[in-house]
Design a binder for this molecule. Structure first.
Ligand code: ATP
Ligand code: MG
Length: 436
């Protein structure tokens, strides 16, 4: 036998029944985005490497060590599997002048790739759902995106997700803060660990993110960016806060929230839970007014977030909120292989009337015993068995046998009885099989 092949480490297959949960989450997201007026945007999974180097910034975790980059063997182009999709959406918006007639509200979902150490909630191929509002400068859209995420969590039935917000101000404000921060950290050089020393001049803000307990007190007392914000930045932040208040959305200001990508300014936010271990950020985003220019386009304000679909599904599981996997409405029991040509058109007509029906599939020897067919019908979870016996077919009917009681919420009425239905004109009774 040939050597067994398996999936790449950190990249998962999603098979039934779990794939049904993914479809349900995707459907929920699409329906919600329609209500908020966001439209679908699809960009390639492979982009020029330069897009991420320029868009995300060279001294970011992603660009420094997480990208799947390679050279196209045929033409030598430097390419990268997208580690995130904001840069791709902005590239596409520029390439197709999507903002020519005003701002655009967009959403995407799909696989992203980062070479990280695989663990619970952290994979090398993972899936993000993202919402981006391009061309809008005001804090109203920031608030809209936040309330949209809150509505999503509520609709999914999730609890215990907390919102943290911060303002990163503008580049000049960050520069002034950075200088003060470096001076402060230098004055505590004896407390800095190796990682912090390495980042002192390249990315001092990230030092505030340290998990090193010996450095906590020192970083807690470091100068806050908030103290360096000018009137305009503060006004943007305060207007966002009053909108959140008006919407009744609770939040915590986290002055240490800096986000991993260089492109953020003004509002940044994260939705976090304590129920997923150390991978507790389920959704994260912020404003990125500089990104259009950074990748060579005309400046345009923008704000967005991305949520980790694996983490959301994990949390749904944790909280017992995953829906039941849908079963077919009916399972067709076909005692004799010679009736299959009669049965298949009837099943087709039922499906055309919206009934989901699974046909018993025979083997090379025949259809198998009635007993084994009923066992399969039961295991399928179908609510009805459709019995296409020789007697039934003779009379031009099919027997509809209930396999299960009423669904929860339908009330425990009369137990359903077995009935005969005419094969001609299934439209008259198809509705009685359909899930309501
Ligand atoms: P983290 O701090 O957990 O590494 P991040 O700041 O790198 O997150 P973003 O780039 O902001 O994450 O991505 C948005 C969301 O995508 C995260 O909040 C998380 O839910 C999800 N996510 C990011 N990286 C992964 C991964 N490797 N596997 C699964 N989900 C991920
Ligand atoms: Mg990361």
């Amino acid at each position: 036998m040939a050597e067994k092949l398996s999936a790449v480490k950190g990249m998962n297959d999603i098979a039934p029944p779990a794939s049904a949960h993914w479809e349900w989450l995707e459907d929920t997201l699409r329906a919600l985005m329609r209500r908020y007026g966001y439209r679908n945007m699809r960009t390639p999974i492979v982009e020029p490497t330069a897009l991420f180097v320029r868009g995300l910034g060279e001294v970011t975790d992603i660009v420094e060590k997480e990208m799947y980059s390679f050279e196209d063997r045929l033409n030598g182009e430097e390419l990268t599997l997208r580690p995130e999709n904001t840069a791709g959406v902005v590239r596409a918006a520029l390439e197709h002048s999507l903002l020519y007639d005003g701002g655009k509200r967009l959403y995407y979902m799909g696989p992203m790739f980062r070479h990280e150490r695989p663990q619970r909630g952290r994979y090398r191929q993972f899936h993000q759902f993202g919402a981006e509002a391009l061309g809008f400068a005001g804090p109203d859209v920031d608030a809209e995106l936040i309330v949209l995420a809150c509505d999503l969590f509520a609709e999914l039935g999730l609890t215990g997700i907390e919102l943290e917000i911060n303002s990163l101000g503008q580049a000049e404000e960050r520069r002034a803060h950075r200088q003060a921060l470096i001076a402060y950290l230098e004055s505590h050089a004896d407390l800095l660990d190796e990682d912090a020393r390495r980042r002192l001049h390249s990315n001092p803000l990230r030092i505030l993110d340290t998990k090193n307990p010996a450095m906590q007190d020192m970083v807690n007392a470091a100068p806050h960016l908030m103290g360096f914000l000018g009137a305009e930045s503060l006004d943007h932040f305060n207007r966002l806060r009053s909108l959140l208040d008006a919407l009744g959305i609770g939040y915590r200001i986290n002055p240490r929230l800096v986000r991993g990508m260089d492109y953020y300014n003004l509002s940044v936010f994260e939705f976090v839970t304590t129920q997923l271990g150390s991978q507790g950020t389920v959704c994260a985003g912020g404003r990125y007014d500089g990104l259009f220019e950074q990748i060579g386009g005309k400046a345009a304000p923008a704000v967005g977030w991305a949520l980790g679909m694996e983490r959301i599904l994990e949390l749904l599981k944790e909280q017992g909120r995953l829906p039941e996997v849908p079963a077919p409405d009916a399972y067709a029991v076909v005692p004799d292989a010679s009736s299959v040509p009669l049965v298949m058109p009837v099943l087709r007509a039922l499906r055309q009337h919206g009934v989901s029906v699974q046909m018993h599939a025979g083997s090379a020897e025949g259809m198998g015993s009635m007993k084994s067919q009923f066992k399969k019908a039961d295991a399928s979870g179908a609510r009805f068995a459709l019995i296409f016996g020789a007697d039934e077919l003779q009379q031009g009917v099919v027997s509809v046998k209930p396999l299960r009681g009423p669904r929860p919420g339908e009330g425990a009425g009369e137990p359903l009885a077995q009935v005969s239905r005419p094969l001609a004109g299934v439209s008259a009774w198809a509705g009685s099989l359909r899930q309501h």
